[in-house]
Write a protein that binds this ligand. Structure first.
Ligand code: ZN
Length: 118
């Protein structure tokens, strides 16, 4: 499924769950923000929570959201590096070690993404 179709699907799901589309737009990608039933603002495209700061009603990412996003990109970069190494690696022992590292990185990525959504 294309990214755009996936976004539309997610938006439809959010609306079905009782979320509403707001007139606010995401500070990062300027997509329309959704207000979840919990009252939180959500960007479908960035897949993260957006927090409104009272000062001038400016939309900013929450500090933890910024942290998790940067953590996620660090992990993705490492995973990419491991992937390249695995493609070139001939030694089964080193391959196994790379595989173990990859598995740890993926586990961390999964946790990071889960935390980013809460
Ligand atoms: Zn966004």
């Amino acid at each position: 499924m294309s990214r755009r179709l996936k976004d539309i699907q997610t938006m439809a799901d959010l609306l079905k769950q009782g979320s509403t589309m707001t007139e606010l737009s995401c500070p990062a990608c300027s997509s329309p923000l959704f207000r979840l039933k919990s009252g939180q603002l959500w960007c479908v495209k960035c897949e993260k929570r957006v927090v409104i700061v009272k000062r001038g009603e400016q939309l900013v990412d929450s500090p933890e959201s910024v942290l998790f996003t940067s953590l996620e990109s660090t992990l993705l970069k490492r995973i990419e590096e491991i992937k390249t190494k695995m493609e070139e690696e001939k030694s089964p022992e080193r391959l196994e070690r790379l595989g173990a590292t990859l598995s740890t990185l993926l586990e961390n990525l999964k946790k990071t993404r889960k935390m980013r959504r809460t």
